[in-house]
Design a protein around this ligand. Structure first.
Ligand code: ITT
Length: 202
């Protein structure tokens, strides 16, 4: 299927870092990312429960579309659900990443892993998007490992303790925005979103 490349995509998220990362990645493709809050301030979404990020992202976009489809004027809309999946903890915190981060935080995760030899983990990003006609889903991931020492000031969430496998020994928080987006799960999902519709101009 061939579609025209969109000039603008509205992103429903309460996380400014996700917006910054998506804007940076998509600017290279001449696509603007704008917060959905810019056109609609009263969207009420009940944070969906689900077994995986893809299910959660899908339920979220259905709810958001229900309340804003008329205001989109044919523009695209995206939502993203993401999380950190740690192998030695059976994928925890996974779909609970946001809650776990705001409760026990990075220190709590480090404590759980202190005795474990296996520090491998991955970030997953699931994007559900509306192209004006239908909903599509894509997923990106980024393999890495957990650092027992928290390092760096940039990024957000688990970035101070996440060392991406494709990088050097630095955590995501020790990298610039450009360095993180060159490797991240979110970038992989965003690029798949663009490729999925196989724009003729790309
Ligand atoms: P929205 O749902 O409003 O988009 P959120 O931050 O609540 O924002 P999620 O529900 O998708 O997002 O939760 C994902 C959590 O996983 C996030 O809050 C972080 O704790 C963690 N996470 C996901 N991607 C991350 C990244 O690139 N860097 C650091 N932590 C990340």
């Amino acid at each position: 299927m061939h579609r025209e490349k969109p000039e603008l995509i509205f992103f429903h998220t309460g996380n400014e870092h996700k917006l910054d990362e998506a804007s940076q990645v998509m600017s290279e493709l001449q696509i603007k990312i704008r917060s959905l809050k810019d056109i609609s301030s009263s969207i009420s979404v009940v944070e969906p429960q689900g077994e995986n990020c893809a299910q959660i992202a899908h339920s979220k976009i259905m709810q958001v579309l229900d309340s804003v489809e008329d205001e989109l004027n044919g523009n695209w809309l995206m939502v993203e659900d993401s999380g950190l999946f740690i192998d030695a903890l059976g994928g925890f915190p996974g779909v609970y990443s946001s809650y776990v981060h705001s409760t026990v935080g990075n220190e709590g995760i480090v404590k759980l892993l202190e005795e474990s030899k296996d520090k491998s983990a991955r970030y997953i990003s699931s994007i559900s998007f509306w192209d004006g006609e239908r909903i599509h889903s894509v997923q990106g991931h980024c393999k890495g490992r957990i650092s027992l020492e928290s390092r760096g000031d940039s990024g957000f969430g688990y970035d101070p303790i996440f060392i991406p496998e494709a990088g050097d020994d630095r955590t995501f928080s020790e990298m610039t925005l450009l360095e993180k987006t060159a490797l991240s799960h979110r970038t992989m999902a965003l690029k798949m979103m663009v490729e999925k519709l196989n724009f003729p101009s790309m």
